[in-house]
Design a protein around this ligand. Structure first.
Ligand SMILES: Cc1cc2nc3c(=O)[nH]c(=O)nc-3n(C[C@H](O)[C@H](O)[C@H](O)COP(=O)(O)O)c2cc1C
Length: 318
């Protein structure tokens, strides 16, 4: 059934198909039974799928125990011009150059507060934080704090995203000099909230070796709670003879994200959310065996169909 539906969806422009799929997900969630979320279910939905917190009530029905909403920026922004999402079904990849299109922290946080009453209490909502495109890098730390503030009473965890390839200059923030002030400002928001909100940092798959080790040591010292590994792999997509910069996800990331997990697990005991190229139940189970604390899906959910998360958590949790 899914293969047929997928064929139809894949005839559409990728972003239109995504909008239609979200509508379908919400509709299906209304008729499917909500099974209690198993304790210890490690399967979450990765950032960027539900940027504006439209699917919070539906996701537990599909077997997800958490979602990372966003990337959320302080002010709403439209993102890059379309087309900005492409799929390559022959190698199960996606290419995106979305550019943090989102409704802004104010509206999205209000949605989370409203949805809280209707979702299971053990469903976790993480908030992936970013900066507005127009904010200069020197003021980035202020943007991360501004994006976090409206969520301080409701987020289950925060993620500092400095690894999207689609906001010019963002990845240069992946250094101790730039990340320290950002972590400090967001930790101050958390302190003022009086709640214990874990703070994660999401890194690019390209970071490795000495620079990765140095960065992780600095982040440990700064007192982060864990890491999200990895974001998309930077690259180009040829569209109408023009080369568009952006990020690859899906199968192309499977071995890279796995290698990064192995590398980082050998450096630190911090919790790691492993994401990137989890396309089969076996990939998911391997990540857990390699020391991931939990996993997230994005491209795999699109290629494997709506029940992929359920399939994984059944295999992992019995
Ligand atoms: C269309 C699209 C939009 C994304 N948007 C974001 C985003 O806003 N913030 C972020 O941290 N990651 C974003 N990601 C990256 C995913 O969260 C994930 O790290 C990446 O896709 C690798 O996982 P996958 O191979 O399972 O898709 C996006 C990915 C895709 C495909």
């Amino acid at each position: 059934m899914w293969w047929l539906l997928r064929k139809v969806l894949f005839l559409l422009d990728a972003e239109d198909a995504h909008a239609l799929a979200k509508w379908g997900i919400r509709g299906m969630a209304r008729v499917l039974p909500l099974r209690p979320l198993l304790e210890g279910n490690p399967v979450g939905l990765a950032a960027g799928f539900d940027k504006n917190a439209e699917l919070l009530e539906a996701l537990p029905v599909f077997g997800f125990s958490s979602v990372e909403i966003g990337t959320v920026t302080p002010l709403p922004q439209g993102g890059n011009d379309r087309p900005r999402l492409f799929r390559n079904p022959h190698d199960s990849t996606l290419f995106n150059r979305m550019g943090f299109n989102n409704l802004g922290a104010g509206i999205i946080s209000e949605r989370v507060r409203r949805a809280r009453k209707r979702i299971p209490t053990n469903f976790k909502i993480g908030v992936n934080l970013g900066k507005n495109k127009s904010t200069p890098d020197e003021l980035a730390h202020q943007d991360y704090a501004k994006a976090a503030t409206p969520f301080a009473d409701t987020a289950d965890y925060f993620v500092i995203n400095v690894s999207s390839p689609n906001t010019p200059g963002l990845r240069t923030l992946q250094s101790p000099e730039h990340l320290n002030p950002i972590v400090k400002e967001v930790k101050e928001v958390i302190r003022k909230s009086g709640r214990q909100i874990p703070l994660y940092v999401k890194l690019a798959p390209e970071l490795s070796g000495d620079s990765l080790k140095r960065l992780i040591r600095a982040l440990e010292t700064a007192g982060i709670s864990g890491l999200v590994l990895t974001n998309t792999l930077g690259g180009d997509y040829i569209y109408r003879q023009k080369s568009l910069p952006g990020g690859w996800s899906g199968q192309i990331l499977t071995s890279i994200a796995r290698d990064r997990l192995i590398e980082v697990r050998s450096i630190t005991a911090l919790p790691i959310i492993s994401v990137g190229g989890i396309m089969t139940v076996e990939d998911a189970s391997e990540r857990m065996k390699l020391g991931a604390t939990s996993i997230q899906l994005y491209t795999g959910w699109i290629y494997q169909g709506p029940f992929f998360a359920r399939k994984i958590y059944r295999a992992l949790c019995g």
